[in-house]
Design a protein around this ligand. Structure first.
Ligand SMILES: [Mn+2]
Length: 350
């Protein structure tokens, strides 16, 4: 055997040892990660890292320089830390690893997240009895069961229409009773939550409140399903953690709603993140639905977006409709009139 072959054999053997040692080290790091979580300590401990590096450098006799050794070990630390973080995330209550089967949410006699797709249509804001009744009527005529409508509106400007509040909630209750529908209504704070609870069926947490953690904790304590919208600047991981906030308080009936994120693109109001759908479906066990209206901010592409969302695995579609969008008090550009709505619904079912 040549000298080269022998040396290479030796390298192969050392690699095997390194591999074993690295994985042994990773296992211990995972144990430490668990302990840290149990005590509420942060995973990353810069002081400890500094001490480890000093110990190592102290023993370094080369030929690698201290700088190279530090770089190599920092890579090992980084890999261990992401392993610890991934491992802890697997223990989350929303995780598919904790619960393999889909969560199917029962809302009265209906199910969200089961075989049947969920369609939620309705006006952006509840404006008056006629507008809401007309909307409920067409929804009901199509055999649909959910209606959306805002009573408290999170408007970008304080001078825009802020919603009818309690009057709107009472209208919603009246209309859903009459047409046997279930309502989805947003609340923006704990006070609105307690006001709205007797009148509505599904509580919506809007994009702007996705990280309102005290509100998330509050809705985690109620026994009605929550439709949680993704914040327009929130990553998928942040979105998942917001759902975890709700579930960790006891309410496991959370519907995730992708509604577009803010990007440099301005042809649409937001950019619908189709990738979020299969990722959320595979990493969590929760139902995922897609709000195409707020993603697009325009009506002409809604059929394509809804079809794409359903093809990507969405459990349902939400969109805004209005008997006369031109005079709508909010989101006038993106709400479909009833003939557009009929065409939209017919097309997405194909
Ligand atoms: Mn709207």
């Amino acid at each position: 055997m040549s000298r080269m072959t022998l040396l290479r054999k030796e390298i192969d053997g050392l690699n095997q040892q390194l591999l074993k040692i690295l994985n042994k080290r990773a296992e211990i790091a995972l144990e430490i990660g668990k302990d840290k979580q149990n005590h509420g300590y942060p995973i990353y401990d810069p002081l400890r890292e500094q001490q480890i590096l000093e110990l190592i450098i102290d023993k370094n006799t080369g030929p690698f320089t201290d700088e190279v050794i530090i770089r190599l070990f920092k890579e090992i630390f980084k890999a261990s830390m992401s392993l610890q973080i991934d491992n802890l995330a697997n223990d989350f209550k929303i995780s598919r690893k904790v619960k393999r089967e889909n969560t199917i949410i029962k809302v009265k006699d209906l199910y969200v997240g089961g075989k049947a797709k969920t369609f939620i249509f309705g006006p952006c804001s509840i404006e008056n009895e006629q507008q809401l009744t007309d909307s409920a009527k067409i929804i009901s005529e199509k055999g649909l069961k959910f209606i959306r409508g805002g009573a408290f509106k999170p408007r970008t400007s304080p001078y825009d229409f802020q919603g009818l509040g309690l009057v709107g909630l009472k209208l919603m209750k009246k209309v859903t009773d009459r047409y046997n529908l279930l309502s989805v209504v947003e609340v923006m704070d704990k006070e609105q939550l307690s006001i709205a609870l007797p009148y509505i069926d599904i509580i919506q947490i809007g994009a702007r409140n996705m990280q309102n953690f005290s509100l998330l904790k509050a809705v985690g304590k109620v026994d009605k399903p929550i439709l949680l919208k993704r914040g327009f600047s929130a990553t998928i991981d942040e979105f998942k953690l917001s759902a975890e906030y709700i579930i960790s308080e006891g309410n496991s009936n959370v519907i995730l709603c992708e509604r577009g994120i803010r990007t440099f693109e301005n042809s649409t109001r937001n950019t619908l993140d189709i990738s979020a759908i299969p990722i959320l479906k595979s990493e969590t066990h929760l139902p995922v639905i897609v709000d195409v209206s707020h993603a697009a901010g325009r009506k002409d592409i809604l059929i394509s977006l809804a079809k794409a969302a359903l093809a990507a695995g969405s459990d349902g579609i939400m969109a805004e409709i209005h008997p006369n969008p031109k005079i709508a008090l909010s989101d006038a550009n993106q709400q479909m009139d009833f003939s557009e709505f009929s065409n939209f619904y017919k097309n997405i079912l194909e």
